[in-house]
Design a protein around this ligand. Sequence first.
Ligand code: HAM
Length: 428
Amino acid sequence: MNIQIPRGTQDILPGESEIWQFIETKAQDVCRRYNFREIRTPIFEHTELFTRTVGDTTDIVQKEMYTFKDRGDRNLTLRPEGTASVARAYVQNKLYGSATQPNKLYYYGPMFRYERPQSGRMRQFVQFGVEAMGSADPAIDAEVLALVMDIYKEVGITSTKLVLNSLGDKESREAHRQALIDHFKPSIHEFCSDCQMRLEKNPLRILDCKKDRDNPLMKSAPSILDYLNDESREYFEQVKAHLDRIGLPYVIDPTLVRGLDYYYHTAFEVMAEGEGFGAITTLCGGGRYDGLVEEVGGPSTPGIGFAFSIERLIMALKAENLVQEANPSIDCYLVALGDEAKDASVELLYQLRQAGISADKDYLDRKMKGQFKAADRLNARYTAVLGENELADGSIVIKNMETGEQVSQPLTDFVEYIKREIEGGLKA
Ligand code: HAM
Protein backbone atom coordinates (compact mmCIF):
# COMPACT_ATOMS: atom_id res chain seq x y z
CA MET A 1 0.00 0.00 0.00
CA ASN A 2 1.24 3.43 -0.95
CA ILE A 3 0.60 5.72 2.00
CA GLN A 4 0.58 9.43 1.18
CA ILE A 5 1.20 12.44 3.37
CA PRO A 6 -1.99 13.93 4.94
CA ARG A 7 -3.54 16.84 2.99
CA GLY A 8 -2.23 20.25 4.00
CA THR A 9 1.08 18.96 5.36
CA GLN A 10 4.47 18.77 3.71
CA ASP A 11 7.83 17.07 3.86
CA ILE A 12 10.77 19.42 3.99
CA LEU A 13 13.67 17.71 2.29
CA PRO A 14 17.40 18.48 2.32
CA GLY A 15 17.82 21.36 -0.11
CA GLU A 16 14.72 23.04 1.32
CA SER A 17 15.49 22.44 5.01
CA GLU A 18 18.53 24.72 4.68
CA ILE A 19 16.19 27.62 3.88
CA TRP A 20 14.25 26.84 7.06
CA GLN A 21 17.45 26.76 9.10
CA PHE A 22 18.52 30.07 7.56
CA ILE A 23 15.22 31.71 8.57
CA GLU A 24 15.30 30.19 12.06
CA THR A 25 18.80 31.48 12.64
CA LYS A 26 18.00 34.98 11.39
CA ALA A 27 14.81 35.21 13.45
CA GLN A 28 16.61 34.02 16.58
CA ASP A 29 19.43 36.50 15.99
CA VAL A 30 16.98 39.38 15.75
CA CYS A 31 15.17 38.19 18.91
CA ARG A 32 18.47 38.09 20.76
CA ARG A 33 19.20 41.66 19.67
CA TYR A 34 15.83 42.77 21.01
CA ASN A 35 16.35 40.74 24.21
CA PHE A 36 13.54 38.21 23.63
CA ARG A 37 14.12 34.72 25.02
CA GLU A 38 12.73 31.40 23.88
CA ILE A 39 9.77 29.65 25.46
CA ARG A 40 8.65 26.15 24.47
CA THR A 41 5.15 24.93 25.24
CA PRO A 42 3.38 21.63 24.44
CA ILE A 43 1.91 20.97 21.03
CA PHE A 44 -1.44 20.00 22.55
CA GLU A 45 -3.38 21.76 25.28
CA HIS A 46 -6.78 21.48 26.93
CA THR A 47 -9.37 22.47 24.33
CA GLU A 48 -10.89 25.02 26.69
CA LEU A 49 -7.72 27.11 26.54
CA PHE A 50 -8.42 27.98 22.91
CA THR A 51 -12.22 28.27 23.10
CA ARG A 52 -11.83 30.77 25.95
CA THR A 53 -9.08 32.89 24.42
CA VAL A 54 -9.19 32.67 20.62
CA GLY A 55 -12.98 32.98 20.92
CA ASP A 56 -15.84 30.57 20.36
CA THR A 57 -17.27 32.50 17.40
CA THR A 58 -14.00 32.53 15.46
CA ASP A 59 -13.39 30.31 12.42
CA ILE A 60 -10.45 28.77 14.24
CA VAL A 61 -12.55 27.48 17.13
CA GLN A 62 -15.68 26.74 15.14
CA LYS A 63 -14.20 24.96 12.16
CA GLU A 64 -10.49 24.49 12.29
CA MET A 65 -9.32 22.85 15.49
CA TYR A 66 -7.89 19.36 15.62
CA THR A 67 -9.65 18.26 18.78
CA PHE A 68 -9.60 14.76 20.21
CA LYS A 69 -10.22 12.82 23.37
CA ASP A 70 -7.26 11.03 24.88
CA ARG A 71 -7.52 7.65 26.57
CA GLY A 72 -8.30 9.36 29.84
CA ASP A 73 -11.32 11.07 28.22
CA ARG A 74 -9.70 14.51 28.33
CA ASN A 75 -10.64 17.01 25.65
CA LEU A 76 -7.42 18.07 23.97
CA THR A 77 -6.56 20.18 20.93
CA LEU A 78 -3.48 20.41 18.75
CA ARG A 79 -2.55 24.06 19.18
CA PRO A 80 -3.90 26.27 16.36
CA GLU A 81 -1.71 29.19 17.51
CA GLY A 82 0.85 30.03 20.18
CA THR A 83 -0.37 33.07 22.12
CA ALA A 84 -2.93 31.22 24.27
CA SER A 85 -0.32 28.63 25.26
CA VAL A 86 2.21 31.32 26.15
CA ALA A 87 -0.41 33.09 28.29
CA ARG A 88 -1.21 29.78 30.03
CA ALA A 89 2.47 29.08 30.66
CA TYR A 90 2.95 32.65 31.89
CA VAL A 91 0.26 32.15 34.52
CA GLN A 92 1.12 28.56 35.44
CA ASN A 93 4.81 29.36 35.93
CA LYS A 94 4.06 32.69 37.62
CA LEU A 95 6.22 34.60 35.17
CA TYR A 96 4.35 37.72 36.25
CA GLY A 97 6.43 37.49 39.43
CA SER A 98 9.80 37.02 37.74
CA ALA A 99 12.60 39.50 38.30
CA THR A 100 12.88 40.54 34.66
CA GLN A 101 9.89 42.50 33.48
CA PRO A 102 8.36 42.71 31.00
CA ASN A 103 8.66 39.07 29.93
CA LYS A 104 9.83 39.14 26.34
CA LEU A 105 9.37 35.69 24.84
CA TYR A 106 9.61 34.05 21.44
CA TYR A 107 8.52 30.64 20.22
CA TYR A 108 8.83 28.53 17.15
CA GLY A 109 6.93 25.39 16.23
CA PRO A 110 4.14 23.62 14.38
CA MET A 111 0.52 24.79 14.61
CA PHE A 112 -2.54 22.96 13.30
CA ARG A 113 -5.69 24.26 11.64
CA TYR A 114 -8.19 22.30 9.61
CA GLU A 115 -8.38 24.76 6.73
CA ARG A 116 -8.91 24.20 3.03
CA PRO A 117 -5.33 23.72 1.83
CA GLN A 118 -4.04 26.05 -0.85
CA SER A 119 -0.85 27.92 -1.53
CA GLY A 120 0.08 29.58 1.79
CA ARG A 121 -2.61 27.79 3.74
CA MET A 122 -1.57 24.52 5.35
CA ARG A 123 -3.11 22.25 7.95
CA GLN A 124 0.21 21.95 9.69
CA PHE A 125 2.36 25.06 9.49
CA VAL A 126 5.23 26.44 11.53
CA GLN A 127 4.87 29.75 13.31
CA PHE A 128 7.60 31.97 14.64
CA GLY A 129 6.08 34.32 17.18
CA VAL A 130 6.89 36.69 19.99
CA GLU A 131 4.92 37.82 23.02
CA ALA A 132 5.92 40.76 25.24
CA MET A 133 3.95 40.45 28.46
CA GLY A 134 3.68 42.85 31.35
CA SER A 135 3.95 46.29 29.77
CA ALA A 136 1.28 48.67 28.50
CA ASP A 137 3.84 51.15 27.18
CA PRO A 138 3.12 52.06 23.54
CA ALA A 139 6.90 52.00 23.00
CA ILE A 140 6.83 48.22 23.31
CA ASP A 141 4.23 48.04 20.55
CA ALA A 142 6.71 49.90 18.36
CA GLU A 143 9.50 47.57 19.51
CA VAL A 144 7.52 44.46 18.54
CA LEU A 145 6.69 45.97 15.15
CA ALA A 146 10.31 46.92 14.58
CA LEU A 147 11.37 43.40 15.53
CA VAL A 148 9.17 41.69 12.96
CA MET A 149 10.15 44.11 10.21
CA ASP A 150 13.81 43.51 11.11
CA ILE A 151 13.32 39.77 10.64
CA TYR A 152 11.93 40.36 7.14
CA LYS A 153 14.81 42.71 6.42
CA GLU A 154 17.39 40.20 7.68
CA VAL A 155 16.10 37.38 5.50
CA GLY A 156 16.16 39.76 2.54
CA ILE A 157 12.47 40.42 1.80
CA THR A 158 11.92 43.97 0.65
CA SER A 159 8.34 44.12 -0.66
CA THR A 160 6.37 44.22 2.56
CA LYS A 161 3.81 46.59 3.93
CA LEU A 162 3.04 47.07 7.61
CA VAL A 163 -0.69 47.60 8.08
CA LEU A 164 -1.89 49.01 11.36
CA ASN A 165 -5.18 49.57 13.14
CA SER A 166 -6.50 50.09 16.63
CA LEU A 167 -9.37 48.03 17.99
CA GLY A 168 -9.61 50.29 21.03
CA ASP A 169 -10.24 49.38 24.64
CA LYS A 170 -13.33 47.62 26.04
CA GLU A 171 -15.46 50.74 26.05
CA SER A 172 -14.53 51.71 22.48
CA ARG A 173 -15.10 48.19 21.26
CA GLU A 174 -18.53 48.07 22.89
CA ALA A 175 -19.57 51.32 21.18
CA HIS A 176 -18.30 50.01 17.86
CA ARG A 177 -20.02 46.68 18.41
CA GLN A 178 -23.39 48.39 18.81
CA ALA A 179 -22.77 50.48 15.69
CA LEU A 180 -21.98 47.30 13.73
CA ILE A 181 -25.17 45.61 14.91
CA ASP A 182 -27.21 48.66 13.87
CA HIS A 183 -25.46 48.69 10.50
CA PHE A 184 -25.83 45.02 9.59
CA LYS A 185 -29.12 44.11 11.29
CA PRO A 186 -31.59 45.39 8.64
CA SER A 187 -29.87 43.36 5.88
CA ILE A 188 -28.46 40.44 7.83
CA HIS A 189 -30.57 37.98 5.78
CA GLU A 190 -28.22 38.73 2.83
CA PHE A 191 -25.31 37.29 4.80
CA CYS A 192 -24.17 33.73 5.39
CA SER A 193 -25.51 31.68 8.29
CA ASP A 194 -22.27 32.17 10.23
CA CYS A 195 -22.58 35.94 10.00
CA GLN A 196 -26.24 35.78 11.05
CA MET A 197 -25.16 33.91 14.14
CA ARG A 198 -22.30 36.37 14.72
CA LEU A 199 -24.49 39.49 14.52
CA GLU A 200 -25.45 39.55 18.19
CA LYS A 201 -22.63 37.45 19.58
CA ASN A 202 -19.63 39.04 17.92
CA PRO A 203 -20.41 41.39 15.01
CA LEU A 204 -16.73 42.30 14.52
CA ARG A 205 -16.26 38.77 13.13
CA ILE A 206 -18.63 39.64 10.23
CA LEU A 207 -15.94 42.00 8.90
CA ASP A 208 -13.58 39.02 8.78
CA CYS A 209 -15.97 36.73 6.84
CA LYS A 210 -14.43 35.17 3.75
CA LYS A 211 -17.82 34.38 2.13
CA ASP A 212 -19.43 37.81 2.41
CA ARG A 213 -16.32 39.79 1.60
CA ASP A 214 -17.93 41.47 -1.45
CA ASN A 215 -21.20 42.58 0.12
CA PRO A 216 -21.33 46.42 -0.23
CA LEU A 217 -22.32 46.71 3.44
CA MET A 218 -18.83 45.53 4.32
CA LYS A 219 -17.26 48.62 2.76
CA SER A 220 -19.69 51.02 4.37
CA ALA A 221 -19.46 49.40 7.82
CA PRO A 222 -18.71 51.81 10.69
CA SER A 223 -14.99 52.20 11.28
CA ILE A 224 -13.59 51.41 14.70
CA LEU A 225 -11.41 54.50 14.47
CA ASP A 226 -14.57 56.65 14.74
CA TYR A 227 -15.48 54.94 18.02
CA LEU A 228 -12.17 55.13 19.89
CA ASN A 229 -12.51 56.92 23.21
CA ASP A 230 -9.92 59.53 24.17
CA GLU A 231 -7.68 57.05 25.96
CA SER A 232 -7.62 54.59 23.07
CA ARG A 233 -7.04 57.35 20.53
CA GLU A 234 -4.16 58.69 22.60
CA TYR A 235 -2.63 55.21 22.88
CA PHE A 236 -2.80 54.73 19.12
CA GLU A 237 -1.30 58.18 18.53
CA GLN A 238 1.63 57.29 20.78
CA VAL A 239 2.28 54.01 18.98
CA LYS A 240 2.33 55.87 15.66
CA ALA A 241 4.59 58.57 17.08
CA HIS A 242 7.10 55.94 18.20
CA LEU A 243 7.03 54.31 14.76
CA ASP A 244 7.64 57.72 13.18
CA ARG A 245 10.48 58.30 15.63
CA ILE A 246 12.31 55.16 14.46
CA GLY A 247 11.33 55.75 10.84
CA LEU A 248 9.32 52.56 10.41
CA PRO A 249 6.78 53.05 7.60
CA TYR A 250 3.19 51.84 8.02
CA VAL A 251 -0.27 52.37 6.60
CA ILE A 252 -3.49 52.59 8.60
CA ASP A 253 -6.33 50.28 7.61
CA PRO A 254 -9.46 50.76 9.74
CA THR A 255 -10.95 47.53 8.33
CA LEU A 256 -8.17 45.34 9.75
CA VAL A 257 -9.86 43.31 12.50
CA ARG A 258 -7.80 40.06 12.82
CA GLY A 259 -9.31 36.59 13.10
CA LEU A 260 -8.92 36.04 16.84
CA ASP A 261 -10.98 37.59 19.63
CA TYR A 262 -8.38 38.56 22.18
CA TYR A 263 -7.16 41.81 20.64
CA TYR A 264 -7.50 45.31 22.08
CA HIS A 265 -5.78 48.50 20.95
CA THR A 266 -2.99 47.83 18.43
CA ALA A 267 -3.70 45.26 15.70
CA PHE A 268 -1.45 44.76 12.69
CA GLU A 269 -0.52 42.61 9.76
CA VAL A 270 2.46 42.49 7.45
CA MET A 271 1.41 42.07 3.84
CA ALA A 272 3.48 40.83 0.91
CA GLU A 273 3.61 43.27 -1.94
CA GLY A 274 5.85 41.32 -4.30
CA GLU A 275 4.59 40.56 -7.78
CA GLY A 276 3.66 36.99 -8.51
CA PHE A 277 2.45 36.44 -4.98
CA GLY A 278 -0.57 34.17 -4.55
CA ALA A 279 -4.04 35.10 -3.29
CA ILE A 280 -3.00 35.05 0.35
CA THR A 281 -0.86 38.07 0.98
CA THR A 282 -0.84 38.24 4.77
CA LEU A 283 2.61 37.23 5.95
CA CYS A 284 2.24 37.98 9.64
CA GLY A 285 -0.42 39.01 12.13
CA GLY A 286 -0.43 40.28 15.65
CA GLY A 287 -1.58 42.82 18.16
CA ARG A 288 -2.17 43.77 21.75
CA TYR A 289 -4.21 41.48 23.95
CA ASP A 290 -4.70 43.16 27.33
CA GLY A 291 -7.16 40.83 29.10
CA LEU A 292 -5.92 37.50 27.75
CA VAL A 293 -3.87 36.59 30.81
CA GLU A 294 -6.87 37.26 33.06
CA GLU A 295 -8.93 35.00 30.83
CA VAL A 296 -6.64 32.08 31.64
CA GLY A 297 -6.72 32.80 35.38
CA GLY A 298 -3.77 35.17 35.89
CA PRO A 299 -3.50 38.72 37.13
CA SER A 300 -4.43 41.56 34.80
CA THR A 301 -1.44 41.74 32.43
CA PRO A 302 -1.03 43.70 29.23
CA GLY A 303 0.64 41.95 26.31
CA ILE A 304 1.46 42.29 22.65
CA GLY A 305 2.91 39.93 20.05
CA PHE A 306 2.80 38.57 16.55
CA ALA A 307 3.29 35.34 14.65
CA PHE A 308 4.19 34.52 11.08
CA SER A 309 4.48 31.19 9.36
CA ILE A 310 7.73 30.10 7.82
CA GLU A 311 5.71 28.68 4.89
CA ARG A 312 4.43 32.14 3.92
CA LEU A 313 7.81 33.73 4.50
CA ILE A 314 9.36 31.22 2.09
CA MET A 315 6.58 32.02 -0.43
CA ALA A 316 7.59 35.67 -0.17
CA LEU A 317 11.27 34.79 -0.61
CA LYS A 318 10.41 32.74 -3.69
CA ALA A 319 8.21 35.51 -5.10
CA GLU A 320 11.23 37.80 -4.87
CA ASN A 321 13.51 35.14 -6.37
CA LEU A 322 15.59 35.07 -3.24
CA VAL A 323 15.72 31.32 -2.78
CA GLN A 324 18.73 29.53 -4.12
CA GLU A 325 19.14 25.78 -4.04
CA ALA A 326 21.40 25.05 -1.10
CA ASN A 327 24.78 23.76 -2.18
CA PRO A 328 26.33 22.29 0.93
CA SER A 329 29.88 21.03 0.99
CA ILE A 330 32.01 18.83 3.22
CA ASP A 331 35.65 19.29 4.15
CA CYS A 332 37.03 15.91 3.27
CA TYR A 333 35.99 12.73 1.44
CA LEU A 334 37.94 9.54 2.08
CA VAL A 335 38.54 7.31 -0.93
CA ALA A 336 39.58 3.84 0.19
CA LEU A 337 40.73 1.06 -2.13
CA GLY A 338 40.98 -2.51 -0.92
CA ASP A 339 39.56 -4.17 2.18
CA GLU A 340 42.36 -3.19 4.52
CA ALA A 341 42.23 0.46 3.47
CA LYS A 342 38.46 0.45 3.87
CA ASP A 343 38.80 -0.77 7.43
CA ALA A 344 41.48 1.83 8.15
CA SER A 345 39.24 4.55 6.67
CA VAL A 346 36.61 3.87 9.34
CA GLU A 347 39.10 4.93 11.99
CA LEU A 348 40.44 7.89 10.01
CA LEU A 349 36.93 9.15 9.35
CA TYR A 350 36.16 9.02 13.05
CA GLN A 351 39.36 10.93 13.86
CA LEU A 352 38.56 13.63 11.31
CA ARG A 353 35.14 14.15 12.81
CA GLN A 354 36.54 14.23 16.34
CA ALA A 355 38.79 17.04 15.14
CA GLY A 356 35.74 19.01 14.02
CA ILE A 357 36.17 18.33 10.31
CA SER A 358 33.09 17.44 8.26
CA ALA A 359 33.94 14.23 6.45
CA ASP A 360 32.43 11.22 4.75
CA LYS A 361 33.38 8.01 2.97
CA ASP A 362 31.96 5.44 0.59
CA TYR A 363 29.48 2.88 1.95
CA LEU A 364 28.39 1.35 -1.35
CA ASP A 365 31.57 -0.50 -2.32
CA ARG A 366 32.17 1.84 -5.26
CA LYS A 367 35.23 1.67 -7.48
CA MET A 368 37.77 4.53 -7.35
CA LYS A 369 36.00 6.51 -10.10
CA GLY A 370 32.66 6.14 -8.34
CA GLN A 371 34.16 7.31 -5.06
CA PHE A 372 35.63 10.41 -6.72
CA LYS A 373 32.25 11.12 -8.29
CA ALA A 374 30.61 10.86 -4.87
CA ALA A 375 33.21 13.29 -3.49
CA ASP A 376 32.36 15.70 -6.30
CA ARG A 377 28.64 15.49 -5.64
CA LEU A 378 29.25 16.35 -2.01
CA ASN A 379 31.45 19.28 -3.04
CA ALA A 380 34.29 17.89 -0.95
CA ARG A 381 37.08 20.43 -0.55
CA TYR A 382 39.70 17.70 -0.10
CA THR A 383 39.74 14.09 -1.14
CA ALA A 384 42.13 11.71 0.62
CA VAL A 385 43.06 8.47 -1.14
CA LEU A 386 44.11 5.46 0.85
CA GLY A 387 45.18 2.43 -1.20
CA GLU A 388 47.18 -0.69 -0.42
CA ASN A 389 50.51 1.02 -1.30
CA GLU A 390 49.78 3.98 0.95
CA LEU A 391 48.80 1.70 3.77
CA ALA A 392 52.02 -0.26 3.35
CA ASP A 393 54.21 2.84 3.69
CA GLY A 394 51.96 4.64 6.20
CA SER A 395 50.99 7.55 3.97
CA ILE A 396 47.89 9.05 2.35
CA VAL A 397 47.43 11.13 -0.83
CA ILE A 398 45.48 14.33 -0.35
CA LYS A 399 43.96 16.20 -3.27
CA ASN A 400 42.78 19.78 -3.07
CA MET A 401 39.68 19.56 -5.23
CA GLU A 402 39.69 23.23 -6.11
CA THR A 403 43.28 23.52 -7.34
CA GLY A 404 43.83 19.88 -8.30
CA GLU A 405 47.06 19.93 -6.29
CA GLN A 406 48.09 16.59 -4.73
CA VAL A 407 50.41 15.88 -1.81
CA SER A 408 51.39 12.76 0.04
CA GLN A 409 51.40 13.00 3.85
CA PRO A 410 52.33 10.55 6.60
CA LEU A 411 49.14 8.98 7.95
CA THR A 412 50.08 10.11 11.45
CA ASP A 413 49.93 13.78 10.31
CA PHE A 414 46.84 13.43 8.13
CA VAL A 415 44.16 14.82 10.45
CA GLU A 416 46.36 17.73 11.55
CA TYR A 417 47.23 18.52 7.93
CA ILE A 418 43.55 18.68 6.85
CA LYS A 419 42.73 20.76 9.89
CA ARG A 420 45.50 23.27 9.11
CA GLU A 421 44.51 23.45 5.46
CA ILE A 422 40.88 24.08 6.27
CA GLU A 423 41.58 26.68 8.89
CA GLY A 424 44.04 28.39 6.54
CA GLY A 425 41.41 28.31 3.81
CA LEU A 426 38.88 29.91 6.13
CA LYS A 427 41.29 32.74 6.96
CA ALA A 428 42.20 33.35 3.32
P1 HAM B 1 -2.98 34.52 12.94
O1 HAM B 1 -3.27 35.75 12.12
O2 HAM B 1 -4.08 33.54 13.08
O3 HAM B 1 -2.50 35.04 14.36
O4 HAM B 1 -1.74 33.77 12.34
C1 HAM B 1 -0.50 34.44 12.23
C2 HAM B 1 0.23 34.00 10.99
O5 HAM B 1 0.34 32.58 10.95
C3 HAM B 1 -0.43 34.36 9.66
O6 HAM B 1 -0.17 35.70 9.32
C4 HAM B 1 0.28 33.39 8.73
O7 HAM B 1 1.60 33.81 8.45
C5 HAM B 1 0.38 32.17 9.60
N1 HAM B 1 -0.73 31.22 9.34
C6 HAM B 1 -1.94 31.19 9.90
N2 HAM B 1 -2.67 30.17 9.41
C7 HAM B 1 -1.89 29.55 8.50
C8 HAM B 1 -2.06 28.41 7.66
N3 HAM B 1 -3.18 27.69 7.66
N4 HAM B 1 -1.02 28.05 6.84
C9 HAM B 1 0.13 28.76 6.84
N5 HAM B 1 0.34 29.82 7.61
C10 HAM B 1 -0.65 30.23 8.44
C11 HAM B 1 -2.08 34.23 15.39
O8 HAM B 1 -1.88 33.06 15.27
C12 HAM B 1 -1.76 34.99 16.65
N6 HAM B 1 -1.42 34.02 17.69
C13 HAM B 1 -0.63 35.97 16.41
C14 HAM B 1 -0.31 36.74 17.64
C15 HAM B 1 0.74 36.54 18.46
N7 HAM B 1 -1.00 37.73 18.14
C16 HAM B 1 -0.43 38.16 19.25
N8 HAM B 1 0.63 37.42 19.47
